[in-house]
Design a protein around this ligand. Sequence first.
Ligand code: ADP
Ligand code: ZN
Ligand code: ZN
Length: 737
Amino acid sequence: MSQQHEFFGTSQMCEPEVIVPVLVPVAVAGAYSYKVPADLDVRPGSIVRVPLGPREVIGAVWDGEPDTKVNPKKLKSILHVYDTPPIAEDLRKYIDWVAAWTLGAPGMVLRMVLRSEEALEPEPLLSGVRYIDGMQPDRMTPARSKVMELVENGMAWTRPGLAGAAGVSSSVIDGLKKQGVLEEAMLPATPPLPDPDPTLPGRKLTDLQQGAANQLCEAIGKGFKAFLIDGVTGSGKTEVYFEAVAETLKNNEQALILIPEIALTNQFLNRFEDRFGVRPAEWHSQVPPKRRARTWRGVANGEVKVVVGARSALFLPFHRLGLLVVDEEHDTAYKQDDRVPYNARDMAVVRGHISGFPVVLASATPSVESQVNAKLGRYTKIVLPERASGAEMPTIKGIDMRCDGPERGKWLAPALVNEIQQTLTNGNQVLLFLNRRGYAPLTLCRTCGHRFHCENCSAWLVEHRFKGKLVCHHCGYSQPIPDKCPECSNSDSLVACGPGVERIAEDVSALFPEARVLVLSSDLPGGTERINREMKLVEEGEVDIVIGTQLVAKGHNFPLMTLVGVVDADLGLANGDPRAAERTFQLLAQVTGRAGRIHGKGRGLLQTYNPDQPVIKALLSGNPEEFYAAEIESRENAGLPPFGRLAALIISGPDRSLTEKFSKSLAVNSPSSEGVQILGPAEAAMALVRGRYRFRLLAIAPRSVDLQGFLRNWLSVAPKPTGGIRVQVDVDPQSFM
Ligand code: ADP
Ligand code: ZN
Ligand code: ZN
């Protein structure tokens, strides 16, 4: 800690003033300086409350020297130091690293760590009562004896808790207190949870699984190492990394498991409980704030041993993290696009590297990036080529919609309808996959051609028939489905174009009136609770045909599901995204991988207009190596990630022409640098979002170039945005919309 010696005018104030840098949650480049009052004790990492302009904010004492150029008389003082462990040195380093990588402000990265304000103060104790040993009431009544039975072991109870458990009114408890049998006692708001037990027996692993588990376990407690588990759907990747979690617990360290769709994890949490005896702590946006605060504190003081969480769990202040698992590592949900855009999969590896523990990435369809990292020896690859149950992989076939498609206005080809019928006859389940929510993606007027689009975005309004609304999927704007055209006032002239899952359900119900049909989509009312309930119904065989969006592509095991029909296999391939091929391959391999997972005999049918498209061909041939080899080669030739590096600048503003003009001036002012190529500005595919016009610039550089340095230099010399224009930097963009 550095000290500054200053002498103030008054004689009492000759103590040396301590000034420290404090990182505050604002978008500035570095820390601000604050004075430390004599009665407060701080060190780097201490979490503090400080005044900032008219507000008070939470920040952390940071490393380095305080800024000495500021007049000390103008410095404000730290107001409060929270009674919580300081942010450890490795986490501080990590925060700085993430900020430098994303070109974000370190204070904004810190905010991801300190998000739960409630977590910083210990939870107040509850008042309650406890038995005073040896005391007896003057007169024993049946009610009193019930209470006595419960309190005899000396445990403290809350007054209503004890009354409820004993089945008596609280006046009975008050009476016992008055008699000196019970005394006032304080108890924690929640009793600490039991620890996961690593010594419980896991499943008997297959030889291959055991070999994989051994490799992981041997790395626990020995510093950084990155693994890629490339294992087909159902190969037991989860069972394998659970062994590594057990080893970590035996080594007295904490473990973090990231999963992409955290809200849908009931099945996962149950499996964890089967293996370790208790549920792990959960961390995601839908956990209530109080529980989240408790988890944060437990993670910081080491009481919470295992966290299963969404990407934001990466920024929890672990006391002693010893293992980080990124399940479904290819998933796009790991990329955060707003505020600090970061990719949790990559940042997980960095966290392991900085703090010195192993990181395990797992997927049935690894990202091209991770495949290349494995090929180059940066990651140790572990392959699980077979399903644990011994079930063979599903057979995948295409349906050429150009010649074998359905009649007009219908969406399921006869061949698919046939297979569905057979599957139902055999008592098995069908999944129809279409990654499009709602009833129809576009509504238009047959008379005048009017198309319903969002006023704030360049997007069509999607009809949601269950809700009776036209909805914008980008900004959430919605309006009731009108009964006549707003342009020509013709009634009965509006038509729905193209299918969403709700429309497929309509077709299916007409074709199979007896079947129990369920639409699984994230936007239906009832939230995660409903989804969990419905997933369970499917698991238990209470549903015959599931129609789902990508929600169903992940994670769950449905023992009776043997047929997966992909309604539109070409859907993701149309956009110009450099990762479109990879994404489509992953999504369709995952979703067809739902078929016959446990008992085999699974079938996948892809409805396609492009059976010769390389991605479709790779899926049909059941040869992922071929797909990866071709995709890696084409990325290498084009200088695309991971062989080259990309960064996007997204310029948005309320006025289209000013935003475009500014984007052009940004492009013109890009510094010349060997090898860096600037593309654009181009109007974004989503040219208007929430009333803001959007343009994009793309920087492409070879791996050898310090792209962040280039961007920093660029933004420092470029004109500053005005008039509500914002520039967002997205290093390694995943979305090109
Ligand atoms: P993945 O994560 O690779 O998709 P899971 O770990 O979910 O695979 O395993 C798929 C299914 O097989 C699960 O129901 C799991 O309980 C079961 N399973 C995995 N390994 C074994 C094993 N060694 N013995 C019995 N069942 C297993
Ligand atoms: Zn019209
Ligand atoms: Zn909109």
